[in-house]
Design a protein around this ligand. Sequence first.
Ligand code: BGC
Length: 514
Amino acid sequence: MESKEYPAKLTTFVVLTCLVAATGGLIVGYDIGISSGVTSMNPFLKKFFPSVYIKEKLNQSSNQYCTFDSQILTTFTSSLYLAALVASFFASSVTRIFGRRWSMFAGGVSFLVGAALNGAAQDVFMLIFGRILLGIGVGFIGQSVPLYLSEMAPAKLRGMLNITCQLLVTIGIFSANLINYGISKIEAGWGWRLSLALAAVPASVITIGSLFLPDTPNSLIERGHDEKAKEILRKIRGTDEILEEYSDLVTAGQVSKQMRHPWINIMKRKYRPHLTMAILIPFFQQLTGINVIMFYAPVLFKTLGFGNNTSLMSAVIIGLVNVCATFVSIGTVDRLGRRLLFLQGGFQMLACQIILGTLIAIKFGTTGEGTIPRTYAAFMVLFICIYVAGFAWSWGPLGGTLVPSEIFPLEIRSAGQSITVSVNMLFTFVVAQTFLPMLCHFKFGLFYFFAGWVLVMTIFIALFLPETKNVPIEKMILVWKAHWFWNNFVSDKNEHVAPTRWPQYDLLQTHFIQ
Ligand code: BGC
């Protein structure tokens, strides 16, 4: 068997289309970042959650671990994630039957209406309804954009192009933090409307953009538009030598067309490795504890004795670290591979969580009483930043979009991606909902709790995740077949593409396959 790759250049066309699609990430990030700031603005609380406002004003407790705990507010934040969870299942059918771009369009429209309702909200009903529409948008975008990017990209650059979506998620979070910081200075009391309505800007880009985007060759073939697929493949690869890739896509398309019920099929034994990853990767990603920082950084810093202004400022710093560290992933993922980043990032997060838990234990002990001197606080921010950086070049991009979107064969890709998004949303919801009560009960031990999970997931990656860098997406089956454990599930008769080889397949054999 000779070793080879499909011919492909990095064309301007593919870069542009991927950039437009990735703007979906911008609005997902904006929604993650905006609510923590808005829910700490007094005019917003007074209007929609007066009881929470009064409770916060009356709160005299000196136990730092238990100061902030308002379930209604967390429920407002979390309604988005529940809506996204449900929506991603519907998105699966739209993505498969009508193509990737119509799911992106549906997500964009839902975002637009949601942002308008939120910005103009007169009562809690409008507010929550708007937030649910934003959630539906997140479900559709989260389901379709990663697939789109992984299918458009040439194998050698798939990591880089796919991670632009996560990069835009981090830019979205960062912009939201900045806007919250700026708006907290507006005295007039309507600042929160601006924060919420501004989500319409990125929403317009993805809505209009998706109307002009071509669909992926994989999806076109799956839906019977073979000639159009050939034309797009030529354009995105920048060469006429596409026949080999095209014929692999056609083979994958045929298998997919025969499969009427992807949801039943994904339960078959031969898809066990895919199903395991679809569930465990997003589950583990949320159990890193990242959203404790993303959602609660201002609250956490307030708890640690920072003033209101410095709390928001620190959230801005963390947002910036998140963006910058994602570039490290973009620059290295197709050379160093997915496993190395996962493992290195895991160790970095683990060390930081142990240090942070210990620093908090020393100052607040189990009673939660105490104050933190300035330099001590600065150290804590530093370790939070190192932790966020570790996440941002490993579990963030790899667990969020890249690995789940590249490992499924075409026939179960759409369903698999929906599972990934739903599990992500479910555990984002669980972490958001339980963090404040957990902090109150586990105290500093909460950091050790997340550290324990990071250890488990790092061992899981070391043992069970095969390397997928540079492997053409429709040939991924060979990677599972070469794995010491998963080869028990994926047998020869399940292979539906020509068994071509390429360099790191041999590397896999030599390094970590028994
Ligand atoms: C995660 C989000 C998280 C974000 C932080 C994403 O990959 O899915 O839950 O807030 O990264 O950058």
